[in-house]
Design a protein. Structure first.
Length: 426
């Protein structure tokens, strides 16, 4: 492992584990949620706000920062930590997810976890089924058009590592190709094998360079293979055999949440026990419990902050009634004269100072303040939940905590082995 980093597992309950991930900018107690600050800022939050809600680390995006303001400018400003005045750990994505989001996601109208439309055949790669993609993938890398001004851009493993070196994040990711739930097995294999070659090139570029600020960085490899069981096993073995400092699970996680759980069950046993494991782009409450149970250490996802900006405030229950997605809608007319706090159990600024009626009014009339207060609330919720998870693991009662949060029936479904994925179904 790169000097300046240490990962130590402190307790286990089954495959779930509580650990400490020491970085040059502090220790991350895991399991942990990493808030997404795409352009070197979590929308509407100051660094002080993030510390107040207990945020241990943030996740910035190499693609976006390379386009604006430019990685070279960030390096001249002393790197991301100094540039954004954040003194805790930072992760950066390699840009590989933008290969998906500007390509297959647009072309096929799918996400990382997708349900096959009845009239959509498996896709055999970019352009095979009618191409609206903004990217072109070849063996060397990816060409695409900037979403800002349409300018031609190029990412390769070497370019991605160079950009992340300039940005100066603590934990950086190897360049990969993120596939779609609609890609067929042949193309998913092609993309996974290309990802493995890009992983080796990322490692070579990493070891032949250094960050401008002189602080060490950890490099994570990314497991691909879609929702095809054999491909996931092959990819996990291939990435685990390389000299990475951490392991990330990426790409399509199947058609359903059950598929996602099965993908994790296939992948996790092959990953080194001594390295941290990050699940890319997943952050809903039931999914976090399911992934922690299978050995995931850290998560990133835009959902908690994006939902906050759209009046979707997170809570365990509302007026004694369970919320299936742990999310309320504060724009609902029934809150117009409600003088109660949004969540009486929450210590955040929104809940301790304002009524539901006022918060509803803000989302209707003053969205900037509403976004700020809502994001403070949702990140407080996520970090309190992760703290509860860590405490439960320390005391050997993680399964009981899952039951308390999810209910007996759903906890049993999420914690037991998932059904096998039938990859022959289109």
């Amino acid at each position: 492992m790169t000097d300046g980093f240490e990962f130590r597992v402190e307790q286990k309950e089954g495959d779930a584990r509580r650990a400490a991930w020491a970085t040059p900018h502090g220790v991350v107690a895991t399991p942990a949620f990493v808030a997404v600050g795409t352009s070197a800022a979590v929308k509407s939050m100051t660094p002080g706000d993030l510390s107040t809600v207990g945020q241990q680390a943030v996740f910035a995006n190499t693609y976006h920062l390379a386009l604006r303001p430019g990685a070279d400018l960030v390096a001249q400003m002393g790197g991301l930590h100094r540039f954004m005045a954040w003194d805790k750990p930072i992760f950066t994505d390699s840009g590989g997810y933008q290969v998906f989001s500007l390509g297959a996601s647009i072309e096929q109208n799918v996400g990382k976890i997708g349900v096959f439309p009845g009239d959509s055949p498996p896709h055999r790669g970019p352009g095979a089924n009618g191409d609206r993609s903004m990217v072109r993938i070849d063996e060397d890398g990816v060409s695409f058009r900037s979403h800002l001004d349409g300018s031609a851009e190029r990412l390769t493993p070497e370019r991605s590592i160079a950009l992340q070196r300039q940005l100066g994040a603590d934990c950086i990711l190897a360049f990969d190709e993120c596939t779609s739930p609609l890609h067929d097995e042949a193309y998913t294999r092609e993309a996974a094998e290309r990802t493995h070659r890009w992983a080796r090139r990322s490692l070579d570029a990493f070891h032949s360079s250094s960050p401008p600020n002189g602080l060490p960085q950890a490099l994570y490899g990314i497991v691909q293979g879609g929702w095809f069981e054999g491909l996931r096993m092959e990819s996990a073995d291939a990435i685990a055999a390389m000299e990475f400092d951490g392991m990330a699970i990426g790409g399509s996680l199947g058609r359903t949440k059950a598929d996602m759980r099965r993908v994790l069950e296939i992948t996790m046993p092959a990953l080194p026990e001594a390295l941290p494991r990050h699940l890319l782009g997943i952050g809903e409450v039931p999914d976090i419990f399911a992934a922690v149970a299978r050995g995931v250490d850290t998560f990133d996802c835009v959902a908690p902050t994006r939902n906050a900006r759209n009046a979707g405030l997170l809570m365990r229950s509302l007026d004694g009634e369970a919320l299936p997605k742990f999310r309320s809608n504060l724009r609902n007319a029934r809150f117009a004269r409600d003088e109660r706090p949004v969540d009486a159990t929450c210590p955040c600024t929104l809940c301790t100072n304002h009524t539901r009626a006022y918060v509803r009014h803000l989302f209707k009339a003053e969205p900037l303040l509403a976004c700020r207060l809502g994001t403070l609330h949702n990140l407080t919720f996520m970090n309190r939940m992760m703290s509860d998870v860590r405490a439960a693991l320390a005391e050997g009662r993680f399964e009981q905590l899952a039951i308390e949060w999810l209910g007996q029936r759903e906890a049993e479904i999420l914690l037991q082995p998932a059904p096998r994925i039938d990859a022959s179904i289109p």
